[in-house]
Design a binder for this molecule. Structure first.
Ligand code: NCD
Length: 361
């Protein structure tokens, strides 16, 4: 059974096939009107979302399928103390595919170990957001015509912004990608990501503290919101919340064909005037999200037909080190749910929790 928990669960070829299928759907929408007739998508959203959940819903509806689910943890059995594992075991007999968003890192991975239908990670804590990555890749492909030889600046909350983490991982497989990380000290990319980037041979990267100094170099500027809900400390949040605002003045020194992306929601990090600039691609990006989710649903359902789930749960996709170490990361699902402790050895030789990727101390 194939799932999409992390962007690297798909090979580069598979990602390109999904992006290409997304483009075909855009060109021939009527061809796909009944492609998922009789199929059901369960949207299990334990954390608030408008765009992502409605994008999944619209995607399934455009494929002629049905959607069921919940949009916050309070309206699910979590309030009765049900585990993620039990919830997805139950949902597996009601639906054909699951899209899950959760505030704990690794919850969709747990779901994939117990579900007998494909699980899509629709965002887990500050960890990963692979369907936003597919959205970003389809947008970059349509806007720039390529996914390699690009200089991309990531600006804002690189610490908690899961969309940034997932897109960097996906881009690390392409040639000539130059990443510039633009953030205040407090919101730097997490250590595990920086170490991973050092290990990627393809990718070059550097960290800077202002947008202005790199603006003229960029092919893409990826803006992000400061993730208030993930801050533990209110004062720290207040100090950084207005950092790194994109306005028309800063746009003046950018390339004529640079594009601005943002996963949305936007708060104040891009001023409204920038919306009128044709280089502002974030509303086009949202629409691409629906098409690429259609492509992903079709692809995972096809894989599931070929290879249904086998064996008793939990099923592990890799030879992890099982129950030999303990993860202490506060927002890891393994802190609250009774699951096996899983660790994998990463390229740099360190052991990392499979759920949240935090390095073993
Ligand atoms: C992002 C998310 O949920 O991680 N939004 C989205 O998926 N549309 C970014 C964010 O919440 O800031």
């Amino acid at each position: 059974m194939r799932h999409l928990i992390d962007p690297t669960d798909l090979t580069r070829e598979e990602i390109e096939q999904i992006v290409a299928l997304g483009e075909d759907i855009i060109a021939h929408r009527e061809k796909y009107r009944e492609a998922c007739k009789g199929k059901k998508l369960a949207t299990l959203f334990y954390e608030p979302s408008t765009r992502t959940r409605l994008s999944f819903t619209a995607a399934m509806m455009e494929l002629g399928g049905d959607v069921l689910g919940f949009s916050n943890a309070n309206s699910s059995s979590v309030t009765k103390g049900e585990s993620v594992a039990d919830t997805v075991r139950v949902i597996s007999s009601f639906a054909d595919i699951i899209a899950m968003r959760h505030f704990k890192e690794g919850a969709p991975l747990v779901a994939s170990q117990y579900a007998t239908i494909p699980v899509i990670n629709a965002g887990d804590g500050s960890h990963a957001h692979p369907t936003q990555t597919l959205t970003d890749l389809l947008t970059i492909k349509r806007e720039k015509g390529r996914l390699d030889h690009l200089t991309i600046g990531f600006c804002g909350d690189l610490k908690f912004g899961r969309t940034v983490h997932s897109l960097i991982k996906a881009l690390s497989r392409y040639e000539g990608v130059n990443v510039i990380l633009i953030s205040p000290e407090e919101l730097r990319l997490p250590d595990y990501m920086l170490q991973e980037m050092q290990a990627y041979s393809n990718l070059t990267f550097r960290e800077v503290r202002t947008m202005e100094e790199v603006m003229p170099e960029l092919d893409i500027l990826y803006m992000t919101r400061v993730q208030k809900e993930r801050f533990l400390d209110e004062e720290e949040f207040d100090r950084v919340k207005d950092s790194f605002v994109l306005d028309t003045e800063k746009m003046k020194v950018a390339k004529n064909d640079m594009i601005v992306l943002h996963p949305l929601p936007r708060v104040n990090e891009i001023t409204r005037e920038v919306d009128k600039d044709p280089r502002a691609a974030y509303f086009r990006q949202v629409e691409n999200g629906k098409f690429v989710r259609m492509a992903l649903i079709l692809t995972l359902l096809k894989y599931a037909e070929k290879a249904p789930a086998e064996g008793a749960a939990p099923r592990y996709s890799e030879p992890f080190e099982i129950n030999r170490h303990v993860c202490h990361h506060h927002s890891c699902i393994s802190q609250t749910e009774d699951v096996d402790q899983l660790f994998r050895r990463s390229e740099d030789g360190t052991l990392r929790c499979a759920y949240c990727e935090t390095r073993l101390k």
